[in-house]
Design a protein around this ligand. Structure first.
Ligand code: ZN
Length: 283
């Protein structure tokens, strides 16, 4: 199942792709794709509507695509989760997952503009597999229990300001939570439609030049391990987003690869999860 949210920022409506590949609105009674969507078991209702051909009208091509999830309570990120990315940034390979947070309100739509923060000279890109939690998880007993709490997968862009992240003291969060710093979507794809989350190609280009071309098979800590691990330190709630790390090919660590400037176009894609296209503008 491929879920989406469409409409003006803050007024998005939930939609789903039918079996012919046409995006259709869900009935208003279905509400938004937020934490309550999972708590109420509305995913199963959507499945019933799909099978009964009882969806709403088709969504016009011109409609803005919003983030496929509304108001995550938490956005948790895994740092340096690809060996080649850790090496390019001159960082040691982590022995345990590195965890940091992004402010949830920096999640925006997949094609929305990305604002370069005021005073920023080092705005950088990171294509990542996003994992959305579908069921509350605390102290999962084993890695095998993780699959049952995953609601879906999406393309996530962990935009990062490297000076704020690494040169201004303290933790990384300062360079990770700027306005619009987490374009998400276009789709939230449920696990039954993602055959192998650990074998997905992920790409990112800037102004048509391919910069990142990796595979989720190269993660140091895989998705089930990350979910299990996080549940030992915090309670994962339905609707939470986990960004699982980025492969090599960012600007950081490469003097010959410029950071982002106003007017740049960043395009991201992950196999089976869709693509994003974001224009950079000055905040
Ligand atoms: Zn990241």
């Amino acid at each position: 199942m491929r879920l989406a949210r469409v409409g003006q920022l803050g007024r998005e409506r939930a939609a789903v792709e039918d079996e012919k590949g046409i995006l259709r609105f869900l009935p208003e009674t279905m509400g938004d794709i937020d934490g309550q969507f999972w708590i109420d078991g509305r995913r199963d209702e959507v499945q019933r509507l799909l099978q009964a051909n009882a969806l709403g009208e088709p969504v016009a091509e011109s409609e803005r695509r919003g983030s496929p999830i509304a108001k995550p309570e938490k956005v948790i990120c895994i740092g340096l989760n690809y060996r080649d990315h850790a090496l390019e940034t001159g960082s040691p390979i982590p022995e345990e997952p590195i965890i940091f947070m992004k402010a949830p309100n920096c999640v925006v739509g997949p094609n929305d503009q990305i604002l370069i923060p005021r005073g920023s000279l080092k705005t950088d890109w990171e294509v990542e597999l996003g994992v959305v939690i579908g069921e509350r998880a605390r102290y999962l007993d084993s890695v095998d229990d993780a699959a049952a709490v995953i609601g879906g997968y999406c393309v996530s862009h962990d935009v990062s300001e490297r000076e704020y992240q690494l040169e201004r003291g303290g933790q990384w969060d300062k360079g990770k939570s700027c306005e619009t710093f987490n374009p998400l979507g276009p789709w939230l794809v449920t696990p039954d439609d993602v055959l192998s989350p650990q074998a997905l190609g992920l790409q990112l280009s800037v102004n048509g030049v391919l910069r990142q071309d990796g595979s989720t098979s190269d993660m140091i800590f895989d998705v089930p391990y990350i979910v299990w691990y996080l549940s030992q330190f915090m309670v994962l709630e339905p609707g939470d987003l986990i960004n699982t790390g980025t492969p090599k090919g960012v600007s950081l660590g490469h003097d010959d690869v410029p950071f982002l400037s106003p007017g740049d176009l960043v395009e991201l894609s992950i196999d089976g999860l869709g693509s994003q296209r974001s224009l950079l503008v000055q905040a």
